[in-house]
Structures are given as structure tokens and as C-alpha cells.
Design a protein around this ligand. Sequence first.
Ligand code: ATP
Ligand code: NI
Length: 352
Amino acid sequence: MSEPLLRVENLRTQFGRRDPLVAVDGISYDLRAGETLGIVGESGAGKSVSVRSLVGLIDDGEVAGSVEWRGEELVGAKPRELRAVRGSGIGMVFQNAEAAFDPIETVGRQIVEAVRANRDLSKRDARTEAIDLLEEVGIGDPAGRFDDYPHEYSGGMAQRAGIAMALAGEPDLLIADEPTTGLDVSVQAGIVDLFRDLVAERDMSLLLISHDLGVVSQLCERIMVMYAGRIVERGSRKQLLDSPRHPYTGAFLRSVPDVDVRKDLEPIGGSPPSLDDPPAGCRFHPRCPAAEAGVCDGAAPPTVSFEDGGEDAERHEATCHGYTDAHPGGDAFDREAVEWIEPADGAERGER
Ligand SMILES: Nc1ncnc2c1ncn2[C@@H]1O[C@H](COP(=O)(O)OP(=O)(O)OP(=O)(O)O)[C@@H](O)[C@H]1O
Ligand code: NI
């Protein structure tokens, strides 16, 4: 297997010192070339902070842990190095595309600048490249729209132009944070198709953040579920959608419209905890229908692994007390399926 492009280890981001708010609390994952990984979760789970922390975009908080990009450590790297990585290796797309542009400069000139910042091209060649990029992202009449100002683009076109900006440095990884949120449903579908084409044609990796499981499951082979600053479950799209193992994942799936099946939605009761004083034990326990007093509110839950999904199965893991003997369990917890149990930090090893 090739070395991962991105290796995130125990990433932790906090804001404030006296009463710190830990927005991202020790998350780890790898991303290899060509992989598509989605992070889903409710508002406030720490999804955006987690990806901004990767590339030096947290200016008023402290980032700890390790983020290796092609073997190069990014946590604590110099601003110049981080800018270089953001310019060429990693492209970023945000929800509010218009904010990626300077309102008083034309879209075309800004893309030319982004192209030239990363590649040694003449002005003329960079202009041709910028027009090609606008065409690639689906802007009709790209040469004609080159001299438009950002506000002259519709929301969907601005998002496409933002993607063109992110592609200007020929990135190997595209990080997109809620790239379709706030757009009309029909416009969203076009953006999803665009990402799918770009990933396939450019052989890029994609790290997609969204509260919209539909969008993530259309684009990502692997999915991680984040709750209150931590990853509570990870696996392939099929593993998570067909056999969710964490009660939060199950509740999350029941709370969002299905990609293709109509069903009754059940909102998750209660609200996510505040991250400046999270609940002890499993952070989901106050909302969890299967929570067990004395177990789930005690030690941090263990991470358990499941072997499902057939031959090319992903690593499927959930961080939950329900699979240990300390928990009375029930139908929701298929203990037979657990292959091994690894204690999370500070958690006791669960007996099988
Ligand atoms: N600059 C900051 N200073 C203090 N707290 C912050 C800052 N940025 C984010 N937070 C807090 O960090 C937590 C995680 O926020 P984040 O934006 O990552 O959530 P999210 O999962 O992306 O949610 P959403 O779907 O609403 O975008 C929230 O409690 C938020 O208030
Ligand atoms: Ni966010």
C-alpha cells in the first residue's frame, strides 16, 4: 500500500485558555491518494474546525497533535509553508464561495493570480489556463464571464468559480466544507456531479465535510461520524448506511431524508453538548436511548471493530460502551460481530 497523502494523529484544537473550549478532541485518520472521505455530524460537532486545523486556518486557537502532508508536519509549520501547501497540494472550497473572492477584482483575474502563484506561467498562458478552469467547472461562456465581478455570478456559479480557484494549483487533495449548503436543491445536484467528475478525472482525493449525509454518501467511499469533537464511528459508506453500530449514527440516519427511500424522519431528541463542559464518559449518553447509568457516564467508551462489508471491507469502528460486558446490551448491540476491542484513552478494556 502506498503511504497516505494525509495522516492526522490525535488532532486537538482548543479555543481560549481559562475556560477552554475543545472543539476537536483527539481525532485520527489517514487519507490515501484517490480516496474520498466524508465527515458528517450535527452543527457544532467540530467538523469545520477539524479541517481548518489541518492547514493552518485557525488563528485564534491552539492546534495540537500531528498532521502529516506527504510526510511533512503541518502542525506548527511556518505560515509561508502552510500557504504553499494550501496553494498547491491542498485546495480548499468553502460554503460561502463569494467570500473566497475579492469583491473589487474580476473573477478571471483572481483565478489568473491563483494559477500564477503556484505555477510558472506567463500571463497569457495563465489566462488560457484560467479560462480552461472556468470551463472545466461548468461556467458557460468562460471567456465571456472572465471579466465579471464576483457579485455578477449567481450562487451556483460563484461556487463553481470557487472550485476553479481551488483547482488553480493542481491540488492532490480537495477539502470541501459544506460546498452545497445554502444552494438550491437543483444547483446542489450540479455541484455534486461536478465534484464526482473532478475526482475521477483529476485523480484527486476528496475530504468532504457536510451535515448532509445525502451529499456525503453520493461522493464519499469512506465516512466518519463526528459527535462533540470526537469521531464516534467510521467505515465504508455501505458499512455505515447498512449497519451503523453507534447509536448516534443510527439516530443520525433516522433523522435525515434517505437518498432514495421515503421514510418518516425522527429528529434526534435533545441537543449536542456544549464543548466547554462536555458530559463525562460517552458524550452522547445524555441523548442515547441505550445509555446505561454507571457505564456510559463513567469511563471513556472503548473503540470496537467490526468485520463486515465483505472482501474489500474498510476498517469499521465504533466508540461505544454497548459492546462491552459492563453494558447489559440488547438487540441494538450485536456483540457477536465485534472482532476486537481496543480501549480508548483512559477506558478499561471490555471483557468479551
Ligand atoms: N474561533 C472560534 N472561537 C471559539 N470557538 C469556536 C471558534 N470557531 C469554532 N468554535 C466552536 O467550535 C465548535 C465547533 O465548531 P465547528 O464550526 O467546527 O462545527 P461544525 O461541525 O462545522 O458545525 P456547522 O455544521 O454548524 O458548521 C463550536 O462549538 C463552535 O462554537
Ligand atoms: Ni462547519
